[in-house]
Design a protein around this ligand. Sequence first.
Ligand SMILES: *Cc1c(COP(=O)(O)O)cnc(C)c1O
Length: 454
Amino acid sequence: MDHLDTRTLQQLDAAHHLHPFNDNAALAKRGTRILTRGEGCYVWDAEGNQLLDAFAGLWCVNIGYGRKELGEAASKQMTQLAYYNSFFQCTTEPTIQLAAKLAELTPGDLNHAFFTNSGSEANDTILRLVRHFWAVQDQPQKNIFIGRHDGYHGTTMAGASLGGMKGMHKQGGLPIPDIHHIDPPFWFIDGGELSEDEYGLLAARRLEDKILELGPERVAAFIGEPIMGAIGVYIPPRTYWPEIERICRKYDVLLVADEVICGFGRTGEWFGSQYFGFQPDVMTIAKGITSGYIPLGAAMFNDRVAGVLKEQGGELAHGCTYSGHPVCAAVALENIRILQDERIIETCKAQTAPYLAQRWAELGEHRLVGQARIAGMVGALELVPDKRKRAFFPERGSVGGVCRDNALKQGLILRATWDAMLLSPPLIITRAQIDELFEKAWKALEATAADLGI
Ligand SMILES: *Cc1c(COP(=O)(O)O)cnc(C)c1O
């Protein structure tokens, strides 16, 4: 590939590349930012700007950029055996080793992996296989999934339907049938006078109401992200998940944790369900499984579900050409080896996450910030017009983008959803880099307040 200059690349991009989750007409006018290099917690763009990536790409670069070992693992596997499928009563060694490794790492008896290329496909997989699980036990009517409004479970027909993003449902005629949603647990706006713990129970009992409304004999599963990421890092009260678990057990509804963001150390535990203390029956993973170096997703099933699928399921009429791709599996194994050998998650939990929480709370004192929420290495600053009130800007979403652009001018990448500034740095971020993040974020908040004339 011969290199082209930035302007030419931007013109070609505008002419030939449809960007996901973008207004493409607006983007073509503005010109795409082209990233060229990454090292540790930093990326560089084609203009030569060095940026502190406090969003880890898209919640995924957990071990940081530039780890040669992952490239070497891929290169070695590509040279030895670039591809073979797992369809024809075959598979490859890295695929098997990764399945066994995931069985060991994931909590409880989540001992069985089904591989996909992405988190969205993992959620498609669980929709089909969980319905199949009930159907082969003579309960084909037990096929309803309950998700949450504003949840995010990916972009395929099933993923977007299980999610509760209204803007996504509007495009393409979603949700598909037999998927229902309850309100998300977001105390900041919804909690009224209740304590967070009281509110967590109330929010969880919406699931019980929904199950009773639909009939427990119709409800196959409940799916949720332990922490709702894309909508703005909604961290539920500690009481929420144990109550959800109790309700699922009571009505024999399978509990599915979408750990695509929370998995592989994001909360300071290996999985978000461990952070909140509940045991899923089914779990979907992606992103941090390879630290984003190569695409890979998986659905993990417990012994009960996998047992039925194996013993009574017959031929599973489901799979991707690249299910269990040996190169992706080899990269995932190397990523997991680094996470373990370098004790990256333990260091987060014991040292960097507490320090990050302290500095994040200091940002929470800024006059624009109504709430600074954080769990491990994932958090958000909720920007508000009046710090004394738990209420959004009248024109919701008008300020977050301004603050994001101000952060970029400081050399800091934060994501904005509505008016929440989202944080999800590489897990290897150091105390010095956390201080840098703080300084830059504070300056971005100051610049935003000045832009608003506050
Ligand atoms: C990113 C994400 C997905 C979708 O994963 P893709 O790899 O983008 O398909 C699903 N669930 C959650 C919680 C996510 O954040």
